[in-house]
Design a protein around this ligand. Structure first.
Ligand SMILES: [Zn+2]
Length: 83
């Protein structure tokens, strides 16, 4: 089982917890490992961090539409990539 394999979709779900320091230590570890090798998630993370700095919180309706588009594209890539 790939319990410790974090995918982009999970990073997106966990990023707010991560930035707010609410992520469990074991999840944080796999999260950071994925981030280290995934430039898409690094970009996403940067955007979310910037949003958090400006607004103090991250809300789903504040995610830029173009980011949601690239998100959907990443999910499609993940699915067509198999595994
Ligand atoms: Zn990723």
């Amino acid at each position: 089982m790939a319990v410790h394999d974090v995918r982009c979709r999970e990073v997106v779900e966990l990023v707010t917890d991560f930035l707010e320091g609410a992520l469990a230590v074991d999840r944080r570890d796999v999260f950071e490992r994925h981030l280290a090798m995934c430039t898409w998630c690094q970009t996403y993370m940067d955007q979310m961090r910037a949003t958090l700095e400006v607004t103090g919180r991250i809300r789903e309706d504040e995610v830029p539409p173009e980011l949601v588009d690239s998100l959907a594209a990443a999910f499609r890539l993940e699915r067509s990539g198999g595994a």
